[in-house]
Design a protein around this ligand. Structure first.
Ligand code: ADP
Ligand code: GLC
Length: 490
């Protein structure tokens, strides 16, 4: 089959910039599409920390100091490039210091919407100037969700870009890039403003993600269950009707795992490796984790880990009631690595003070500790309120670290509840979003742990799971090909 020319846009791509799973997934998508033989080009903003860490970037001739007006402000952007490590994938960085030289990748500055409008427009302009005519623009989340409308308006008769199709992948519908209606001039739609959602405009807002859902040639999300949830119920967060209005629906494709980074047999962050044939190294990792986090009270008890953004989505509210009482009643240790909402930081700091030697909390972002928690914990807790896909539960399975998850989104699609009678299942899945349910789930897993035969079986089942990208990428491949054969939506 013929190779396609693909252009992937994402606000974060591993190894350059990461705040969450979007970066892991975008980085893996590029590499796996290339492995299938496609010609892959990727765009992301040149944040100041990326510039500082990557002196190898080279300016692209013909795309330097290009003027681009966003509303009444004229910005200048330049294109920088390098090869994605170990591949011939062309990485392109949009360099616009006025917008991207900030302390964080995402801000709550009043020009936040402009930062990403410029990103999408500059990527299109760069392609046009380079004569790069992709078959598909693959956009991710709200940051790049205006690109499909730009293709259908500003570039609809451009000789290079007009034939391209667009795919929008929703990684998290909770972030929609809503801007004030007054920002309409910033969109630069050149007379096509009537294509914006009139009802939103009447309410004084413009919704980036909604615009993408309406105009992308195909919309996907990162698990089949989340695809259903966002179309049907409150987890659609106001987008249900817009999603249902698409005749071709929303395609749910479960993310994969990059097992080169996340496999205890060769994880580069671990000093001791292990696998399903020889689990001794898991115990060594547990000891290392215990000494790194001073959890001497958890030496001979089960150890539960969490690695998470501290955001409402992640279900931490459920733990406010459940954890203190469980820690009084049952014997287990807890290690949490996370950053985000100060409310949750305060909760975990308080818990660590109240249960010294049994609860450890590390605030911040720490890649190596994240790997050690996966390797050294016995149990991994992900009680998410909603979870489009979730990666850590899939990582946990490979490390024999039994996941406790809520029955939602990608968690439901990747963990099967264990049945001690039949010996089938890979973790613990609870339904209700409330404290009694999470208490029940943690209690149940501690009971399984107490029966070595059950626990061994669970670990073996978990470690045998395969969520590799090689399988998942086939679905993107088919979607692109189907789209290119299909008539274009207007
Ligand atoms: P989300 O993208 O919603 O945060 P995912 O489960 O898809 O959730 O992906 C989270 C990714 O970010 C995982 O690779 C996880 O290991 C990583 N991660 C999250 N918080 C931290 C942290 N504090 N330190 C290191 N890695 C983290
Ligand atoms: C989002 C979601 C997470 C998903 C990730 C990658 O951040 O919250 O569930 O795994 O994107 O698709």
């Amino acid at each position: 089959m013929s190779a396609l020319k693909l252009c992937v846009l994402s606000s974060e791509i591993l190894p350059y910039a990461k705040t969450g799973g979007l970066a892991d997934v975008a980085g893996a998508l590029l590499q796996n599409l290339r492995r299938r033989g496609h010609e892959v080009h990727a765009f992301m903003p040149l944040y100041s920390v990326v510039r500082a860490a990557h002196p190898e970037l080279q300016p692209v001739r013909g795309v330097q100091q290009v003027p681009l007006a966003i509303g009444s402000t004229e910005y200048f952007f330049s294109l920088q490039t390098t090869r994605f490590p170990g591949t011939d994938i062309a990485m392109y960085f949009i360099d616009c210091p006025a917008l991207y030289d900030r302390a964080d990748f995402y801000t709550s500055d009043p020009d936040e919407h402009r930062r990403f409008l410029l990103f999408s427009r500059a990527a299109l302009e760069s392609c046009r100037r380079l004569g790069l005519a992709p078959d598909i623009f693959h956009c991710n989340d709200w940051h790049t969700a205006f690109l499909p409308l730009y293709l259908k308006t500003l570039y609809s008769s451009d000789p290079v870009l007009a034939p391209a199709r667009s795919v929008l992948t929703i990684h998290n519908i909770g972030y929609q890039g809503v801007m004030p209606g007054a920002a309409v001039a910033d969109l630069g739609l050149g007379g096509a403003e009537a294509r914006l959602d009139a009802n939103d405009l009447a309410h004084g807002v413009i919704n980036s993600l909604k615009t993408g859902i309406r105009f992308a040639d195909r919309v996907t999300t990162v698990s089949p269950t989340y695809a259903r949830e966002i179309c049907q119920g409150p987890l659609g967060m106001g987008m249900q009707a817009t999603l249902r209005a698409r005749k071709d629906g929303v395609v749910g494709i479960l993310n994969g795992v990059d097992y080169r980074d996340w496999d205890p047999r060769h994880d580069p962050h671990l000093t001791t490796h292990f696998g399903p044939q020889d689990l001794r190294g898991k115990q060594t990792n547990k000891q290392e984790l215990i000494s790194a986090t001073h959890l001497d009270g958890a030496v001979s008890t089960p150890l539960m880990g969490m690695v998470t953004r501290l955001a409402e989505q992640k279900g931490i509210d459920l733990l406010f009631d459940a954890l203190p009482s469980l820690l009084l009643e049952r014997d287990f240790g807890l290690v949490v690595l996370g950053s985000g909402d100060p409310r949750y930081v305060t909760f975990f700091e308080g818990l660590a003070q109240r249960f010294p030697g049994r609860v450890a909390f590390r605030s911040g972002y720490d890649e190596s500790l994240a790997h050690l928690i996966e390797a050294g914990s016995d149990i991994f807790l992900m009680p998410s309120r909603y979870e489009p896909c979730g990666l850590n539960q899939m990582y946990s399975l490979r490390y024999g670290t039994i996941p406790i998850v809520r029955n939602t989104g990608g968690l439901a699609d990747s963990v099967q509840h264990f049945d001690p009678a039949s010996g089938r299942g890979t973790g613990c899945v609870f339904n209700d979003y409330d404290a009694p349910a999470v208490r029940w789930a943690i209690g149940t897993v501690l009971d399984w742990y107490a029966v070595p035969k059950n626990w061994q079986r669970l670990m073996q089942n978990a470690m045998a799971q395969d969520f590799s990208w090689a399988r998942q990428i086939v679905q993107y491949d088919s979607l692109y090909r189907e789209l290119l054969g299909a008539p274009r939506l207007n």
